[in-house]
Design a protein around this ligand. Structure first.
Ligand SMILES: Cc1cc2nc3c(=O)[nH]c(=O)nc-3n(C[C@H](O)[C@H](O)[C@H](O)COP(=O)(O)O)c2cc1C
Length: 329
């Protein structure tokens, strides 16, 4: 299927980097750079794009890069190659998060093709979901997808813990909204209408008039900062919370963050293939006291990496990306 010549490998590496760009990233910071040398792709975190106020340890930056790493892997596999991954290969160079060797592989299976087909289609949702519930077999499949990467997707099926998460999200959002440093940082990544930038959250990515969701309401990030920005809310507004879920990892070191990103992207692509979108509400995980509370009381001692809601949507949101030449060293 693939031409295992150096040209074939170079072409596959280019396609893998193009696909990597479509990974989700905190505030669409796209905090990564890539280098291709022979049959090896290196993925580095870009510290200039780390959020110094809300992500001082680089945890969310690394999760974002983990999602990009999964896109590299699935693209190579879909093209008939075998990605040979080394995570954090150089303790002296902490920004080098992974190297991926492009090895001869086999004909891609149906599931690989299915996930690959969603790389550019998947979008973050930022409103309520339709009343259509998540089918249990699909939720179970998403749990397995995350587990295959070493991450733990924990659906929150009962009302009380979902309410606790919603309340903590609201508290974190309110605290951050009063903190000048948090607000200034968010402003940097919330693009005004008409902006030509290819990063940050565009106005088409969130509704002008976010409605409350039921049974629980999760506060959204305030990307519009009091302006009437955002996409018009459609007539048939969806107001269901959807299925609340936590993504956790047993440890909380940099490798765990990378794995969390890979598991996240793998389950998001699978969800997308079945028409399911995810909305993220990670404000509480940016406040160490609240993150610790969630770890102890809602994650059985595992490290919480993402808080999300999942469900079916009527309208797709929009996003933007930089070009491969922007991210290739
Ligand atoms: C670690 C991480 C945390 C995120 N947290 C939030 C969040 O709190 N609120 C939100 O609306 N989106 C959140 N997102 C989604 C990003 O804003 C989104 O991926 C980015 O804008 C690119 O858009 P896309 O996912 O539609 O391609 C998060 C993404 C990642 C990877």
């Amino acid at each position: 299927m693939n031409t295992r010549t150096s040209e074939g490998i170079a072409q596959a590496a280019r396609e893998a980097v193009e696909a990597a760009l479509w990974a989700p990233s905190i505030h669409n910071t796209q905090p990564w750079t890539f280098a291709v040398s022979g049959d090896e792709i290196s993925l580095r975190a870009d510290p200039d794009r780390r959020l110094r106020v809300s992500d001082p340890t680089g945890r969310q930056m690394t999760i974002s890069c983990g999602a990009a790493l999964f896109n590299v892997r699935i693209t190579l596999m879909a093209l008939g190659y075998e990605p040979e991954v080394r995570r954090l290969p150089n303790p002296e160079g902490p920004m080098l998060l992974a190297t991926v060797r492009v090895r001869p592989g086999r004909e891609p299976g149906e599931h690989t093709r299915l996930l690959y087909g969603e790389v550019q289609r998947r979008r973050t949702h930022r409103a309520g979901f339709t009343a259509l519930p998540m089918p249990d077999p699909l939720t179970d499949a998403l749990v397995r997808e995350a587990a295959a990467e070493g991450a733990h997707l924990a659906p929150v099926r009962s009302d009380a813990p979902a309410r606790v998460l919603a309340a903590l999200t609201g508290a974190a959002q309110d605290v951050q909204a009063q903190d000048r440093q948090f607000v200034l940082e968010l402003m940097r990544w919330a693009r005004p209408p008409g902006s030509a930038r290819r990063d940050g959250v565009p106005v088409a990515g969130y509704p002008t008039d976010p409605r409350r969701t039921y049974p629980q309401h999760f506060a959204s990030r305030d990307y519009s900062r009091g302006n009437e920005w955002g996409a018009a809310t459609e007539e048939r507004v969806s107001t269901s919370t959807g299925l609340v879920a936590l993504l956790c990892t047993p440890g909380d070191a940099r490798e765990d963050w990378l794995i969390a990103g890979e598991g996240l992207q793998r389950m998001l692509l699978h969800a997308s293939a079945y028409g399911v979108s995810a909305a993220f509400h990670t404000q509480a995980l940016e406040m160490c006291e609240l993150r610790e509370f969630i770890r102890r009381h809602l994650c059985s001692g595992e490290a919480p990496q993402m808080i999300m809601r999942m469900g079916f949507v009527l309208d797709e949101s929009e996003s933007v990306r930089r070009t491969p030449s922007d991210v290739l060293e």
